[in-house]
Design a protein around this ligand. Structure first.
Ligand code: SF4
Length: 380
């Protein structure tokens, strides 16, 4: 157990200090770092180009400079990224940024970023566009062409030509990373107290600020230690969380204080990024494109049949969750469009739902604590 605790502490230290961790990663690896805006970006190409991708998942800050470009009804996650871009927080750490226009906010940010950050700092931006109709035959060659464009821009930053062998090696690293993450999220239910909501989040978040190969090795060691340990008794409630990101940390602590364990997630920063296993056949770019084609229950990706609710029901049942907690990012249209539909489906399936509108920088979580406590008390 001491071993498990010290392994977790290492992940916690990295995830709680993203800027420090990224600076350390850059110094120790001697590699350039590329910032990855949220959602489904081609990290494998960055890795194949001899650089390291790091996550750009907002953070704690006041909004001062970003107000020049962003309206008050912009989501706090992206506002924070723009604030950090403008106040110089990424200077000396990031050597470039990749973003894709997945939602209306990101479509505008792409243009704002060029003026607010690229012009004054010279930090390159690689803007990508993914197909709306990802299920049609043209989607795969279209995405391949986008990957090739991104590759050329990344090669210009790194000064290294990417070969097919580099891509295959990077794909192998990322498939191993995703498999280990899938294993970890399933193991949480075995140790609900040790792997409480906060620790689960920090263990997964640390992966965004580490070399994925090194992270995978550490996570595999943790998974093996959890498998070898006895199961923990737990009298609390188990939930599945849905949303873009579950932060601030005080919000996660509110789950812990109320004995509520997160046994599964449908969260953009977590499982949505790793739950799809890559296909085995084809070139690396085909396999990367098919990970988008095969993705499911993701409000960022067109879901003509509205299967999000059905998938949530399936995930909740498989994980033995007593209920679903929706952590809806304030002003996030894609999430808001899905919610009324899947709420009805979950309730029809007898699965209780708690809806909480959150902001990453909210100063107080007291009312959330009360709501989580009340929800836990109502669960069977
Ligand atoms: S999907 Fe939602 S949270 Fe993400 S950038 Fe768009 S509006 Fe913001």
């Amino acid at each position: 157990m001491a071993d498990i605790k010290s392994m977790i502490a290492e992940f916690e230290e990295i995830a709680l200090n993203p800027a420090k961790s990224a600076a350390k990663l850059k110094k120790e690896s001697g590699k350039k770092l590329i910032g990855m805006f949220p959602y489904h970006l081609p990290e494998e190409i960055v890795y194949a180009a001899g650089m390291l991708p790091v996550g750009m998942w907002g953070g704690q800050t006041d909004f001062k400079l970003s107000n020049k470009y962003l309206q008050s009804f912009c989501c706090s996650l992206i506002k924070a990224n723009v604030e950090f871009g403008m106040n110089g927080a990424y200077k000396g750490i990031l050597d470039g940024v990749i973003m894709a226009a997945y939602c209306d906010t990101l479509k505008c940010i792409c243009e704002d970023w060029k003026v607010a950050v690229v012009e004054p700092t010279g930090m390159p931006l690689i803007a990508m566009y993914y197909p709306q109709n990802r299920k049609i035959a043209a989607a795969v060659p279209y995405m391949q062409a986008e990957f090739e464009k991104a590759q050329a821009q990344l090669e210009a930053i790194s000064g290294k030509k990417v070969t097919e062998a580099d891509l295959e090696a990077a794909w192998t690293v990322y498939e191993a990373y995703r498999a280990e993450c899938r294993k970890f999220v399933k193991l949480v239910a075995k140790m609900p107290a040790t792997l409480n909501a906060t620790k689960r989040h920090l263990i997964l978040k640390a992966g965004w600020f580490m070399d994925k190969k090194a992270y995978t090795e550490k996570l595999a060691a943790l998974n093996a230690a959890i498998e070898a340990a006895p199961a923990e008794a737990f009298k609390g409630k188990k939930v599945l969380v849905e949303g873009i990101i579950v932060e601030p940390i005080a919000l996660l602590d509110a789950f812990v204080e109320n004995d509520v364990c997160i046994v599964a997630d449908d969260v953009a920063q977590q499982s949505r990024m790793f739950r799809i296993e890559g296909r085995k056949a084809g070139t690396v770019y085909e396999k990367m494109a098919y990970r988008i084609v095969d993705a499911y229950a993701d409000p960022l990706l067109l879901d003509e049949k509205k299967e999000h609710g059905e998938e949530l029901i399936k995930m909740a049942k498989e994980a033995g969750a007593d209920g679903v907690v929706v952590c809806a990012m304030k002003f996030c249209d894609p999430e808001e469009y899905d919610y009324p539909i899947f709420k009805k489906q979950l309730e029809a399936a007898g699965i209780p739902v708690l809806y909480m509108e959150i902001e990453q920088q909210m100063a107080s979580v007291e009312q959330y604590k009360t709501r989580i406590q009340a929800f836990a008390e109502t669960l069977a």
